[in-house]
Design a protein around this ligand. Structure first.
Ligand SMILES: C[S@@+](CC[C@H](N)C(=O)[O-])C[C@H]1O[C@@H](n2cnc3c(N)ncnc32)[C@H](O)[C@@H]1O
Ligand SMILES: Nc1nc2[nH]cc(C(=O)O)c2c(=O)[nH]1
Ligand code: SF4
Ligand SMILES: [Mg+2]
Length: 216
């Protein structure tokens, strides 16, 4: 079989701004294209264009940064057929690999060495009908679930889903993140504290440090 290829928007080195490895120097591999259209999406520039690269080329570029942590994101990385093999090849090289995904595409073929960060799309995203709830079965105690919260209604919905699906017991962390610029981060923080909710509150560190500049 010929070497698979993937369409890439950018590969860059920065500090992990999200998830439970926040602050760790990380190489980001941003794949092009996404079948969803979340109203808040900060990565619309990855919907189109990009450059087709062989897995060899991606691995060589990643290696040039001499980093330990690799985050595969997008766009929606799982929308490309070459992604599962890319993830496995990165693991084979010894990297600590994470995958940022909407979970709207089946995750059953993702290497178990990869830490999956699955975003359950809230009503406020406009894409909650795309959540594939069966994907919860493919998450382990090393994975993470994220809710991006756009309003109090989203927060109440996330709490309900946590309860219904026993989410805090399934994964390493349930993350809640304010939709950037849409709600006051402090409101979300207060709700979490008031409810003693078993989640990890997070802000997107890279936006505090570098605004919203691509490549960070
Ligand atoms: C750009 S997406 C790429 C991966 C995948 N498509 C997904 O949605 O998980 C990476 C993460 O950034 C989050 N994100 C995008 N725009 C955001 C915003 N304006 N505020 C907070 N988080 C945002 C997404 O919800 C997702 O968890
Ligand atoms: N620094 C930084 N950390 C990130 N973590 C997840 C990102 C993403 O866009 O998926 C991201 C990003 O774009 N930049
Ligand atoms: S799924 Fe991810 S990349 Fe796609 S529109 Fe939503 S936030 Fe953006
Ligand atoms: Mg981002």
């Amino acid at each position: 079989m010929s070497e698979p290829s993937v369409k890439i928007t950018e590969i860059f080195y920065s500090l992990q701004g999200e998830s439970n490895t926040v602050g760790l120097p990380t190489v980001f591999v941003r794949l092009t294209g996404c079948p969803l259209r979340c109203g808040y999406c900060d990565s619309e520039y990855a919907f189109y264009g990009g450059e087709r690269m062989s897995l060899q080329q991606v691995l060589a570029k990643v290696a040039s940064y001499r980093a330990r942590y690799i985050c595969v994101t997008g766009g929606e990385p799982m929308a490309q057929p070459g992604t599962p093999e890319l993830l496995s090849r990165l693991c084979d090289e010894g990297y600590q690999v994470s995958l940022e995904t909407s979970g709207a595409i089946a995750l059953d073929n993702v290497d178990t060495r990869v830490v999956k960060v699955m975003d359950l799309k809230t009503p406020g995203s406009g894409e909650s009908h795309r959540n594939l709830w069966q994907n919860l079965e493919h998450l382990s105690g090393r994975d993470q679930i994220k809710f991006v919260i756009c309003s109090r209604e989203d927060y109440d919905w996330a709490r309900l889903k946590m309860d219904e699906h026993k989410l805090a017991e399934r994964v390493a962390d349930v993350l809640v993140s304010p939709s950037f610029g849409e709600i006051e981060p402090r409101d979300l923080a207060d709700w979490v504290v008031d409810d003693n909710l078993p989640v990890r509150f997070q802000l997107q560190l890279h936006k505090l440090l570098w605004d919203d500049t691509p490549g960070h």
